[in-house]
Design a protein around this ligand. Structure first.
Ligand SMILES: [Fe+2]
Ligand SMILES: [Fe+2]
Length: 186
């Protein structure tokens, strides 16, 4: 499928603001793919599809987790954590994407995971730094992403965990494993 077809498929499934975010992630992911030698078309496609399940029905998503025997720990964490794995399920079942690297990029775009591929890192970082994101420190993350993808991943996961702690929210174990993985690199 071409870019316009993917965009037309995701647009009706999300509010305008999320669609604008999706375009921003797409542009950022393409830029990072060119910079770091990743397949640009793959980066573009996973970026367009990454939030396709964000507004899907929670009960339906939890049923997918059970039916597809996805990580049972996802139950009860809401859309914020369900939409990655369920988005990967939709990418495969509705759009016929079978490339495991692309599916993993969508699956783990919120949490990260241990041993992320280059494509996974690109989507993970692009999701956080796309031009519509506004939070303290985002400019620093954008600069890092231009220089060193691994350092940008590390800074992004640190930012995410710090935010969760500051706002008194729980940390999904896969995110914590990702944090420990990237922090022990140096
Ligand atoms: Fe997302
Ligand atoms: Fe996103």
């Amino acid at each position: 499928m071409e870019r316009e077809q993917y965009l037309a498929a995701v647009q009706p499934r999300m509010p305008e603001k999320r669609y604008i975010h999706t375009i921003g992630v797409m542009e950022t992911a393409i830029d990072l793919a060119q910079r770091y030698g990743e397949d640009v078309k793959k980066a573009e496609t996973v970026a367009i599809l990454h939030d396709i399940a964000k507004y899907a029905d929670i009960a339906w998503m939890e049923q997918i987790v059970r039916d597809e025997e996805l990580d049972a720990r996802l139950i009860g964490w809401g859309s914020e954590l369900l939409h990655g794995p369920v988005g990967a399920y939709i990418a495969e079942s509705e759009f016929g994407i079978t490339d495991e690297d692309m599916l993993n990029a969508i699956r783990f775009h919120t949490t990260g995971r241990v041993g992320m591929s280059r494509l996974e890192k690109i989507l993970f970082v692009a999701d956080m730094i796309e031009p519509n994101r506004q939070f303290d420190g985002v400019e620093r993350l954008r600069k890092k992403a231009q220089k060193d993808l691994d350092k940008a991943v590390r800074a992004c996961i640190r930012h995410t965990l710090a935010f969760l702690i500051d706002t008194k929210r729980p940390i999904y174990p896969v995110s914590l494993e990702c944090y420990n993985d990237v922090m022990s690199v140096e």
